[in-house]
Design a protein around this ligand. Structure first.
Ligand code: AMP
Length: 193
């Protein structure tokens, strides 16, 4: 059965770092919706053209466009054994669509890891990332909006997954190694249920 691990966290919470570690450990790809969107933008695909305005403003891209992009990605051969999903789902409708989609693959969401980091730390981390990332949406004004969007829309998802017994809250301010250890413990707890 494929393994699907979801990572939640505000911009700067450490999703990218931990996804890379999980990818190496489980041999499943890191599927980051933000990275997929940025690829579409750089290649100026029709999907990229639809998504650009939303992304530049720090708003969520509409669910139908986003779900279609993830569906296509999860159909690629390297995702046959599952994926670490980073940045998706971000809304309840996306979570419902994901459930249907994973059933098609004979899988389900195995665990949801929520990286908890204070807003002041997020702002600090992304400010230093913005010096090298070249991402227009790492600009402080856009970032503040992305964090607001995250807090208002995405936190509801935690309740959704908590009710299903899948949510693990991870203290994301600790060292990378410590965060990874918390993640291992959470995966063990969820997969042995
Ligand atoms: P990220 O790199 O995950 O912070 O995503 C960058 C931007 O891509 C976000 O600010 C949104 O505009 C868009 N995006 C990424 N993932 C999603 C998603 N699941 N739903 C809607 N928009 C998304």
């Amino acid at each position: 059965m494929p393994t699907y691990i979801l990572l939640f966290g505000a911009p700067g919470a450490g999703k990218g770092t931990q996804s890379a570690i999980l990818k190496a450990e489980y041999g499943i790809p890191h599927v980051a919706s933000g990275d997929l969107f940025r690829k579409h933008l750089s290649e100026n695909t029709p999907l990229g053209q639809v998504a650009r305005g939303y992304i530049d403003n720090g708003e969520l891209v509409p669910d139908d466009v986003t779900v279609e992009m993830i569906r296509n990605r999860l159909h690629e051969p390297d995702a046959a054994q599952g994926a670490v999903l980073d940045g998706f789902p971000r809304t309840i409708p996306q979570a419902r669509e994901l459930e249907k989609l994973l059933t098609e693959f004979g899988g389900k969401v195995d665990v949801v890891l929520s990286l908890k980091v204070r807003e002041a730390t997020l702002l600090e981390r992304v400010a230093s990332r913005s010096l090298t990332s070249g991402r227009a949406d790492d600009h402080p004004d856009v970032l503040a909006k992305r964090i607001r969007v995250f807090l208002s829309q995405t936190l509801q998802l935690e309740d959704y997954y908590r009710e299903r017994g899948l949510l693990a809250e991870i203290e994301g301010e600790r060292s990378v190694v410590d965060v990874t250890e918390q993640i291992h413990a959470a995966i063990r707890a969820c997969t042995s249920k």
